[in-house]
Design a protein around this ligand. Structure first.
Ligand code: SAM
Ligand code: SF4
Ligand code: F3S
Length: 470
C-alpha cells in the first residue's frame, strides 16, 4: 500500500461519528445509562489506543468505570509481546464470561495486539462464544461501526484482517487527568527482530504528518499537560515513509519551539537508527528531557545478529559514548532479553558485562518468550528455563546494585522535579519525576501536584529517591 493511501479519508471518519450518534440515540430511546470499562494491557502505545477507545465510548453515550463487574460493556485491550501477557488476558476472559452468565446483556470485546493474531481470534471464535466483538489495532478507528453491528445484529463480529495499516486523525481521546500525556507519532514496525510479534500485529511503519503532531502537542501544552511522551515502536525511523526529507530530530526541534513549561520524552528508540543529529538536537533543546530509552537486547554480537538487530555491541557503546559526551546528565534506560534461542551462558554474561560497562539507571529485563509465527520461535532452544533463570538473576543483581549506586549519588543534591501525583507511602505522600524520569517520593502537600519544584534528595534505594521541597 502506498503512503498516499495510508491516511483514512475524512468522510470515512465522519461516518464513524454518525455510528456514535446512532448508538447514543439507541440508548436514549431505551432510557439506558450504559457504563463501559476499558482494561488495557501492554505498552504505552496500547494505553494511547485505550484512551481513543474511551473517547469513542464517551461519544457513544457511555460513562466510564475501571470495574469490569459494574460495566455493561467491557473491552480487553490486549498485548501479545510475551506468553505471560496472553495468559493474563485469557484468565480475565474466563472471569468475564462467568460474569456475563449473571448479566447476559453484557457486551465483551477483545481488541489490541492479541486480537490481530489469527491463532488467538480462532481460539476466541471456537472456545469463547460469549465474546461479542474481536478487532485488531488496524480496525480501531472503525470501533463505533463494529459496536453498532453488535447491538444491531446481536451477532458476533470479528474484524481482524491482516493489513498494512492506516493513520486516522481526529479520533476523540479521553486522557488521564493530571500532567502526563501520550502522543503517538507513528504506528507499526518494519524491523522484524526475530523474536518479536509486534510487526505482525501492528503493520508497517506509518508516520503521522508533522503538522498534526505539532498541533496536538501544542494543544496539550495549552491544556496544562507538562510531561508529554512521543510514542512509536522505533521513533528514530520517523519520517522515512513521508519522503519529505524530514526526520525525528527535525520533529523534536520544531516541537521544542512551542512556548510553555513542559518536558518532551520519547520512546522507543532503535540503536540502528539513532543518530548523532538526534543527540545534538536533544542537547540543544529547551524542553526535551535528557533521558534516553535505548533498548540493546543483548551484549553479544552473534546473538544480536540472530535477533536481526542490525548493530554490534561496539556500535551501541559508541552511540552511548557520544550521547553522554553531549549530555553529561543523560539518564539511560534499556530493554534486555535473556535466554534467546541458542544463547550460551558466556553470551548471556556478555549482556551482563555490557550492563556493567554502561551503567544504566534502570533496565527492563525479560526472559525470552517464544512467539508463534516469529523466526526465533523456530530456532533450537537447548538451554532450560532453570539455567536461563540463573543468568537472569545474575543480570538483576548487577542492575539492582547499579541502580542503588546511581540513586545514592543523588543524596544531598537538589534536583528539579515535576510533581505528578500521590504516592502510596504515608511518610512521602507525593510522587514526582526528575527530568531523567527517576521516581522521587516526596514530603509535601497535594497542592504541589502539577508543578515543577526543586527538591533536596534525602534518601534512596534501588527503585526510588526520597526528598523534600526546598
Ligand atoms: N519497539 C521497541 C523496541 O524495539 O525497543 C519495544 C518493543 S517491545 C514492545 C518491548 C520489549 O519487549 C522489547 O524491547 C524486548 O526487550 C521485549 N520483547 C519483545 N519480544 C519479546 C519476546 N518474544 N520475549 C521476551 N521479550 C520480548
Ligand atoms: Fe519488536 Fe524490534 Fe520492532 Fe521493537 S524494533 S517492535 S523489538 S520488531
Ligand atoms: Fe504489547 Fe502490542 Fe505494545 S504486543 S507491547 S501492546 S505493541
Amino acid at each position: 500500500m502506498e503512503r498516499k493511501n495510508v491516511v483514512v479519508p475524512e468522510t470515512d471518519l465522519a461516518r464513524q461519528r454518525e455510528f456514535e450518534e446512532k448508538i447514543k440515540e439507541m440508548f436514549t430511546a431505551r432510557e439506558a445509562h450504559p457504563v463501559a470499562c476499558v482494561d488495557t494491557f501492554g505498552c504505552q502505545q496500547n494505553v494511547a489506543d485505550g484512551q481513543k477507545l474511551m473517547g469513542m465510548l464517551v461519544d457513544c453515550g457511555f460513562t466510564l468505570t475501571d470495574k469490569p463487574a459494574e460495566a455493561d460493556l467491557v473491552i480487553l485491550n490486549t498485548c501479545a509481546v510475551r506468553e505471560h501477557a496472553e495468559d493474563r488476558v485469557f484468565g480475565n476472559l474466563g472471569a468475564l464470561t462467568h460474569a456475563k452468565k449473571e448479566n447476559p446483556e453484557m457486551v465483551i470485546c477483545l481488541c489490541g495486539c492479541m486480537a490481530q493474531e489469527p491463532r488467538v481470534s480462532e481460539r476466541i471464535k471456537k472456545s469463547y462464544p460469549l465474546v461479542n466483538l474481536v478487532f485488531g489495532p488496524h480496525a480501531l478507528w472503525k470501533f463505533p461501526e463494529l459496536l453498532w453491528r453488535v447491538y444491531e445484529s446481536r451477532k458476533r463480529v470479528f474484524s481482524v484482517d491482516d493489513e498494512h495499516g492506516t493513520i486516522a486523525e481526529g479520533i476523540p481521546v479521553v486522557r488521564e487527568k493530571g500532567v502526563k500525556a501520550w502522543v503517538s507519532i507513528m504506528y507499526g514496525c518494519n524491523n522484524f527482530c526475530s523474536y518479536c510479534i509486534v510487526p505482525y500485529v501492528r503493520g508497517r511503519e506509518r508516520s503521522r504528518d508533522p503538522q498534526c503532531v505539532i498541533a496536538e502537542v501544542r494543544e496539550l501544552v495549552e491544556a496544562g499537560y507538562k510531561d508529554i511522551t512521543l510514542l512509536g515502536q522505533n521513533v528514530n525511523s520517523y519520517g522515512n515513509d513521508l519522503d519529505i526529507g524530514y526526520d525525528f530530530s527535525d520533529l523534536l526541534a520544531e516541537i521544542d519551539k512551542i512556548e510553555g513549561e513542559y518536558l518532551i520524552r520519547f520512546m522507543s528508540s532503535h540503536p540502528k537508527d539513532a543518530t548523532k543529529k538526534l543527540f545534538d538536537t536533544m542537547a540543544a533543546s529547551r524542553h526535551v528531557a535528557h533521558q534516553l530509552h535505548l533498548p540493546f537486547q543483548s551484549g553479544n554480537d552473534r546473538v544480536l545478529h540472530e535477533m536481526n538487530r542490525r548493530y554490534t555491541r561496539e556500535q551501541y557503546l559508541d552511540l552511548i559514548r557520544y550521547a553522554k559526551s553531549v549530555m553529561p546528565d543523560l539518564v539511560l534506560t534499556s530493554d534486555v532479553i535473556i535466554g534467546f534461542p541458542g544463547e550460551t551462558e558466556e553470551e548471556a554474561m556478555d549482556t551482563v558485562s555490557l550492563v556493567e560497562e554502561v551503567g544504566f539507571d534502570a533496565l527492563f529485563t525479560f526472559i525470552y518468550s517464544p512467539r508463534p509465527g516469529t523466526k526465533a520461535a523456530e530456532m533450537p532452544d537447548p538451554a532450560d528455563r532453570k539455567e536461563k533463570q540463573k543468568w537472569f538473576d545474575k543480570l538483576l543483581e548487577v542492575q539492582n546494585n547499579m541502580s542503588a549506586k546511581l540513586h545514592a549519588e543523588y543524596i544531598g543534591k537538589t534536583v528539579r522535579v515535576l510533581v505528578d501525583g500521590e504516592s502510596d507511602d504515608p511518610d512521602f505522600p507525593l510522587a514526582s519525576r526528575t527530568e531523567g524520569n527517576r521516581l522521587v517520593r516526596l514530603k509535601g502537600d497535594k497542592s504541589l501536584i502539577g508543578q515543577f519544584i526543586d527538591v533536596k534528595v534525602t534518601d534512596s534505594n534501588t527503585w526510588a529517591l526520597y526528598g523534600e521541597p526546598v
